[in-house]
Design a protein around this ligand. Structure first.
Ligand code: CA
Length: 231
């Protein structure tokens, strides 16, 4: 699929910012839809089925966290969250809310567009990677990963993972019990090399544990993570 055909939902109540993001993304060939508050963002996401959502945290109605929860409950969609301050980003990373990436205002529109492209490439890469092995459901104890449908269940219970969470789980599941360094996860999944960004990995691990059980992923302090094979 060409990126020119991609649809992006921009959710931002500050109209000047919303319009400048939309203009830049349209100039790069994306189809852009806009929403300016929480409830209409959820409705719009159901209606237009975006490939990615640029989502401001503080919104009228209800906030970006609630938008994220409601939208992700239907289907996994990549989310780039916009926050007003660095400490808000820290808080969200700690909460493991299910956004794939964060940007703190003020940001450059050029940088935002670059992050959007990077996030879409990450999702594509994940699909391509698994597309080569159709029908190969990975079964590790009571954990089942269907790479084609991108479905995960544990003990028969389906889990709703974001695209990034799915890719992180798939990375670890590719070599069960092996310790994968955080820096390597960061570079292979996010395409980042900044070691200071490894807390991003930690937040997504935290989300996976919350959704699939704390016993699934072992922390190897100072090194990284390993997937335990559940009974
Ligand atoms: Ca706002």
């Amino acid at each position: 699929m060409r990126e020119g055909q991609r649809r992006i939902l921009v959710v931002e109540d500050e109209l000047t910012i919303a319009e400048s993001i939309a203009a830049r993304l349209r100039a790069e060939g994306f189809e852009v839809e806009l929403a300016h508050d929480g409830p209409s963002a959820v409705a719009k996401a159901e209606q237009v089925v975006p490939d990615l959502i640029v989502l401001d945290l503080m919104l009228p109605g209800f906030d970006g966290l609630e938008v994220c929860r409601q939208v992700q409950a239907h289907r996994p969609v990549p989310v780039l969250m916009l926050t007003a301050r660095d400490d808000e980003t820290d808080l969200l990373v700690g909460l493991a809310v299910g956004a794939d990436d964060y940007m703190t205002k003020p940001f450059s529109i050029r940088e935002l567009a670059a992050r959007v492209h990077a996030l879409l490439r990450r999702v594509d890469r994940s699909v391509d990677h698994f597309g080569k092995r159709p029908g190969s459901t990975i079964v590790l104890g009571d954990l089942e990963i269907d790479p084609v449908e991108r479905r995960v269940q544990r003990a028969g219970e389906p889990a709703h993972l974001t695209p990034t969470e799915f890719e992180l789980l798939a990375h670890l599941a590719g070599r069960p019990r092996a310790v994968v360094p955080r820096e390597r996860l960061l570079s292979e999944i996010w395409g980042w090399t900044d070691p200071a960004a490894t807390r991003t990995v930690d937040s997504h691990i935290k989300a996976l544990r919350r959704k699939l059980g704390a016993d699934l992923i072992r922390t190897v302090h100072g090194v990284g993570y390993a997937l335990e094979v559940p009974k």
